[in-house]
Design a protein around this ligand. Sequence first.
Ligand SMILES: Nc1ncnc2c1ncn2[C@@H]1O[C@H](COP(=O)(O)OP(=O)(O)OP(=O)(O)O)[C@@H](O)[C@H]1O
Length: 612
Amino acid sequence: MIPVPERTVLLLRPLRDARAPLLIALVGLLAVQAAVPAAAALTTAALIARVQGHPGSDMFAAALGPLAVFGLVLLVGHVIEALTAPFEQLAHARIDGAHRTRLLRLTARVPTIEALETPRVQRLIRQARAEPANWTERTPADGALGLLRRATGLFGVAASCSVLAQYAWWAVPVLLLPAALNQYLRSRQAVVFTDLWRRGIDHGRHAEVWQNALTTVGPAMEIRVFGLGRWLTDRVQQYLQQMFAPVWSASRRMLVNEWNQFLLVGLPLAAVYLAVAHDAAHGRVTVAVLTAVLTASWSLLLAFGYSEDVRNIRAAGEGTRAYQELREALGPAEHAEPTAAVRFTEPPLVAFENVSFGYPGTGRTVLNGLDLEIRPGELLAVVGLNGAGKSTLIKLLSGLYRPTGGRITADGTDLADIGTAAWREHVSVVFQDFVKYQLSAADNVALGHATVPVDQAALATAARDSGFDAVLERLPDGWRTPLARTRTGGVDLSGGQWQQAVLARALYAVHTGAGLLVLDEPTAHLDVRTEFEVFERLARHRGRAGVVLISHRLSTVRQADRIVLLDGGRITESGTHDELMAREGKYADLFAIQAERFRLGYDDRTDERELP
Ligand SMILES: Nc1ncnc2c1ncn2[C@@H]1O[C@H](COP(=O)(O)OP(=O)(O)OP(=O)(O)O)[C@@H](O)[C@H]1O
């Protein structure tokens, strides 16, 4: 068997996604298309020979046959060209569509976010995304179909060579060798371009971030208020300039090479033309042969030398290779799958056992030998200063990161053994910077448990328990209203209303089976009284689920069954509000400071003492 280079396999593999019937049809069409120039050369020669051989009145009758064949060749060429375009477009769409879907699945199946946060993985995703943002990028379909066209083009090359060889065998190597060298040089140029593109990707990503900021609704307000429009536009231009300047100067250098390459193939072509013209002038070959040689030589060079496919093939390989590297960087698929599908019928006892954690690449330990129990049905509050690691603790609890030391267990089973998907069925989390999905109110809430069919009764209960029903009443189309003004019939919610929507989402998860509700400052947009009420409602309607709450408002936190203080990477104080106050430790200090601020009216306008 002929060994196929790995690069070629990599480029050809995406063709599978075009599916066999389409692929077979395309190969057939391309092969016939490739042979058309040689067939046209032969029929032209036959036509001329006939015309020359029958001077006078029977010339037309004699030429009719070859003329009809010539017309047929042209017709076939035309029809095939017209058919090839939609077939290629369909293959293109299938191949790139399948590639992008695979990339999405690959990134979505990674249970933790450590790897996704690294610049290398972000760069690989950008490379593999197959959404060309400039003329240097190519998609897997560009490469695979380019290679297919080159391969089927070889039929045409062979046909043209055999026409040429009938005149003089030496014309074949004289044209073919410089054409092959030319192709090699073009391929090298393409490598230079691809390399420059890869090096500019980081600048491109920066430009993209600012471009998105300028054109999307979210940041629009701040950009206008701070007058950032001009500044951001300049930044985008700067980054694009940094990305493209090396490519432009390489393009200029390559213009000079273009001239050299023209000479490389042009001179041998001129030599063949001169030789055959000389022979024709001296009667050694007929005009028919002269025409056939001229046409076949030109089509040979077209099939072999000047094609965009060379660059397509080179550049597309980058995206496919980036995808492979990404797969390795993100780990094998089985890592994402639950190893033991543990299902909890009752809320489990969750335990952090001597857990340590530092974010990858930072060298800083955020959690350091942390021990903590989250008891079934318990309402636990975690407090601590900014940067103490409260959100980090939540991220570990929800399986977004794995501890670098120690372990987290649920009823004694390590979360790593439970499997992230199974564990997440059990936990409902509201993050500080939750996502405002541009979906209907119903979808925004039902996303709390997206893996099961929407439960209308649970939706209604969640809305009632979270206070979101008051917001719903004012929505023009109730549950069906899109929560984004940019969508038809959509509305924007205020910060506090959004928080009620996400609390409803969390409660929906609890009502549909989650046993642990984790809230990372879910009520920061609410005033003290509303936050207190919401929290009180949550506590009342949480059923048998445990709740872990992070809040900087100690007036809210005091309702918790137990409060723990996170300091220096571990739990330093634990107890009820009264116990911690009696202890006169750091919690008591923090509480005293907040109470004083409330009393003096520096913070929220509601007086702390108003609260029950
Ligand atoms: N993705 C990350 N990569 C690297 N370091 C991080 C990351 N997220 C947080 N950190 C760092 O980890 C430390 C703990 O952050 P964390 O957000 O857990 O604190 P926190 O107690 O929730 O703070 P806050 O009360 O301000 O929300 C901080 O020093 C922060 O800079």
